[in-house]
Design a protein around this ligand. Sequence first.
Ligand code: FMN
Length: 163
Amino acid sequence: MSKILICYYSKSGNTEKMAKEISRGVEESDADVEVDLKEVDETQIESLPKYDCIILGSPTYYGLPCGDIKKFLDESIKHHGDLEGLVGGAFTSSANTAGGNETTIVALLESLIIHGMIVKGMPKGDHYGPVAVGEPGEKELKHCSYYGKWMAEFTEKIASLEV
Ligand SMILES: Cc1cc2nc3c(=O)[nH]c(=O)nc-3n(C[C@H](O)[C@H](O)[C@H](O)COP(=O)(O)O)c2cc1C
């Protein structure tokens, strides 16, 4: 069984709603995976290598991930080299449509790439990873659950490869 971590920070609840819906998508997939949904301050850096997939969620702060998530990434240097080949993904909540949400996701994915992780775009839905402007509505939540399902299936495929 593959293991997926959804690790997020949320101050006013929007990113958290997205995280829960992504988690629901993972659980509803047919893939043989289990999911841990954790706020960043309850996520142990030491636990990272046990996952097959790590998905990070952050509000957009000045077009970038928030400080708590950046701090977590900086501390993840403890496992530099250990996360190579894991699947990675990211999602964000912003206040404005063009408020830097895609740059936030790309910044998160860049860090995962530096860890040697595998990130992949989405041909359907939100191409870089799920985005919501303000409180996520029906359409955004649908993208989140689709993303969770898709990540679960992709993780299962990658985990089954012997590389
Ligand atoms: C310090 C700070 C910086 C922010 N910067 C941006 C920004 O650059 N662009 C934007 O659209 N929203 C920005 N926002 C708004 C948040 O991204 C938005 O309210 C988000 O939905 C909060 O997510 P949360 O409910 O998970 O905490 C900022 C909010 C704060 C507190």
